[in-house]
Design a protein around this ligand. Structure first.
Ligand SMILES: *Cc1c(COP(=O)(O)O)cnc(C)c1O
Length: 482
């Protein structure tokens, strides 16, 4: 366990330790990471760093002390609002990320319902199963019940099924533009009609799409309506730190009117430290991420974002047609922008084992998230990939050649043992013992792959077991290494 060093050190020593520590981190500048980082190229990257550094110490908690930050924040909110057809009456806030934006939208809906629908004591919301887990986090924090509705074959929200889940306690519907797993835009227009009919709120989660879809549409690609243009949409979340290419810690939550946003604000006037008010979840807020978001939006403007999105969409179309020509895999659904996923192709020949494919790509240095129901690999195509696409395709082909269909029962014993030891490395002994009992006898030997983890999790007898496993894993992850 680390203790605070007793003696002071030298800055150069600390910096070299920091640099050494990051050697094992994924390298995202070469375009081998498909989520987590959105790299806009060196010029913009440097601008972001400089803008962030200028406001490195400033605090967004008190805008009257920093009118600069107040201006940046209101500008960013207005710029996003104007991209998304916000009416004159709209209002919004900058937040630290998509999760905070969603927490606030759900909290605001609950507060709205407390006033408008006081008879509801157990508020509920209806989401498609593809909606981001931040909605479940919000429901968990703020005491709402969530109905997860299976999506249709095209991975878009099933509107009649969502309507059927509405009852007298429902206060909020959620649609995504696009949903993260397959990158398709939900039928927001139809959800809007349902929301109006039942007099409930509708949130469009445009965290990943809000700074991408407007430009993709302007370039001539088909994008269904999803923003304030759609009657019934009452709030929107948009991450600037994704396709806005800003520094991390920048997102926006928007409401159709000021009265709704007012429900989001928190005030406590009784504190001996003074009257306290704050718009969002955080108290102290990093000035750097607010300034950097403003800087990149000012720098790129519509022209810059169109240029980036033109190149990224060309890469997306190219990847789609190349992947279409490969055996055993396909793009799932018909994505509406630059987010998509690779799944198994069952139409003739042998479908590839997707998790194994992901592992083979990982061995080759590519980071793609594994998804479930259905199994797929996630591609958040961004500017970094316009340069790495050829290399990706070459490795995808190589990985595919090495990938064969398997499941836990058809694996060789040697492979089972190797994979199980991989799990033993990351799970505490008690959890591993439980898993081992479920899976029979296992030995020791460490693989770098995690297909087995998903394979084994899929084989667990009950859903609750999986929750415990993930909790154990998180405990272990945030326990210092010996
Ligand atoms: C990324 C994302 C979120 C959550 O945003 P964070 O910035 O990771 O908190 C929510 N919804 C969608 C669709 C996303 O892609």
């Amino acid at each position: 366990m680390a203790a605070l060093p007793r003696k002071q050190s030298r800055p150069d020593r600390i910096l070299s330790e920091l640099k050494k520590a990051r050697k094992k981190d994924v390298n995202w500048k070469d375009g081998k990471v498909f989520s987590l980082v959105f790299y806009p190229g060196e010029e913009i990257y440097t601008l972001l760093q400089q803008a962030y550094q200028l406001f490195f110490s400033e605090n967004g908690l008190n805008p009257s002390a920093f009118p600069s930050l107040r201006k940046f924040e209101t500008d960013v909110v207005s710029m996003v609002g104007s991209l998304l057809h916000a009416p004159r009456s709209f209002a919004g806030s900058m937040t630290s990320g998509g999760t905070e934006s969603i927490l606030l939208a759900v909290y605001t809906a609950r507060e709205w319902a407390r006033e408008q629908r006081p008879k509801i004591t157990r508020p509920e919301m209806v989401v498609a199963e593809s909606a981001h887990p931040a909605f479940d986090k919000a429901a968990h924090y703020f005491g709402l019940k969530v109905h997860h509705i299976p999506v249709k074959d095209d991975f878009r929200a099933d509107v009649p099924a969502m309507e059927a889940a509405i009852n007298k306690n429902t206060i909020l519907l959620v649609g995504s533009a696009p949903q993260y797993p397959q990158g398709v835009v939900d039928p927001i227009q139809e959800l809007g009609q349902i929301a109006l009919k039942h007099k409930i709120l509708l949130h469009t989660d445009a965290c990943v799409g809000g700074m991408m879809l407007p430009f993709v549409r302007k370039l001539g690609y088909h994008v269904p309506d999803f923003d304030f243009k759609v009657p019934g949409v009452t709030s929107l979340s948009v991450d600037i730190h994704k396709y806005g290419y800003a520094a991390k810690g920048a997102s926006v939550v928007l409401y159709r009117n000021k009265a709704l946003r007012r429900k989001q604000f928190f005030v406590y006037t009784g504190w001996t430290g003074g009257i306290y008010g704050s718009p969002g979840v955080l108290g102290t807020r990093a000035g750097g991420s607010i300034a950097a978001a403003w800087a990149v939006m000012q720098y790129l403007g519509e022209e810059g974002y169109l240029k980036i999105n033109r190149e990224v969409m060309q890469t997306v179309s190219w990847l789609q047609s190349e992947i279409h020509a490969l055996p055993g895999i396909r793009i799932l659904g018909e994505p509406h922008g630059t987010v998509m996923s690779i799944g198994p192709d069952y139409s003739g020949g042998e479908a590839a084992d997707i998790y194994q494919l992901g592992d083979e790509l990982a061995v080759r240095g590519w980071h793609l998230d594994k998804q479930q129901n259905p199994a797929s690999l996630h591609l958040t195509v961004n500017y970094a990939h316009t340069a790495s696409r050829e290399a990706f395709l070459a490795d995808l082909k190589a990985a595919l050649l090495r990938t064969r269909k398997w499941n836990w029962h058809t694996l060789s014993t040697k492979m089972q043992i190797a994979l199980a030891k991989g799990l033993a490395g990351i799970l505490p002994a008690s959890a591993f013992a439980r898993l081992s009992r479920a899976q029979g006898k296992l030995g020791r030997d460490v693989p770098r792959r995690s297909a087995a983890m998903y394979g084994m999790m899929g084989a667990l007898p009950r859903e609750g077991d999986l929750d415990q496993l993930v909790l154990d894993f998180l405990d272990k992850l945030y326990t210092p290494e010996k």
